[in-house]
Design a protein around this ligand. Sequence first.
Ligand SMILES: [Zn+2]
Length: 349
Amino acid sequence: MEYRDYLRLVPKIELHCHIVSTIRAERLIGWANERGVELPSDDPDTLFDYDNIVDFLKVFNAAHEVFRTRDDFATLAYEGVADAVADGNLCYREYFINPDNFAHLGFSYVDVIDGLIEGLRRAEEEWGVGFGIIPAINRGFDLDTALALVESIAANPRPEVVGLGQDDLRADAHESPLDWQAAYDRAHELGIRVSAHVGELPNSQAADVIEAWNVLKLDRVDHGYHIVDDEALVAEARDRRIPFTCTPRSTKFLSGWPLDEKHPIADMLRAGLTVTLATDDQVFFRTTLREEFEHVGLGMGFGPDTIERIVLDSVEATWAQEPAKARMRRDFRRQLLSLRTALVSSSEA
Ligand SMILES: [Zn+2]
């Protein structure tokens, strides 16, 4: 077996996926045409060609305008799982969604969440792909909207809803995760797990990551790359076993980092940090989870030992309940052993 095939077939977990970005290009174009939403292009091959954040946001925002019924959310969710299973053996995924982004179209928190749950359940029954949903604070909105989102989670309990996260970006492109501290404090009162986007953008620092971890009492860090700018803080992140959800392709777009052995994610892996891999906004960044594994396995040059570590660390980093986690652990170890044998025996042949 070629290493590229191994990377495609390893069982995968994704913990940093904004679900609207799992929409099929053809589906987005079809719905947009049918529903009078303007897109910069009708061609799936060029729709996602942009080299700046303004053009990116045009397509990104249009994709949030095409939804008309609750069933649309189910369709989005179901097709997204089908594609990720076919492309790279997706086994479990946690999704960010900001229901507030659809309020102007007449959708409530429950419409959006229950629509997604319906599609994800259907996919789980068909392919066994587990999932969790993480309502995400839109960083372009204000603190009151974020606080109301936390209350919506509490008022509409669903076992599928597993935490609170973040989405979008503040208009001035600063991360400032502590802006949302009141919402995080309230989430903790309600026993809701939390993650935050921090240490991603060129204007962020290593200390921001540890500060957000401490002040917001995070359970996971989304991105976190700038931790590598400070050796002592890297050691601290390792000792505290902070789990990071890293999205290689999006860093090339936002920070211009080549996806090679000098990439901050490569430094994080060599330093022994807990790294999981994800796509962030996959259709908009033209990536898939399989390709993110290729960036690490081929571009950054890591072998199967590191890939296995990423896969098994990802199980521990999920917010799944323990019986489901134990099943994943066993299932993944079995798949990894079998794949490793195929890889080794083909290299000896
Ligand atoms: Zn993100």
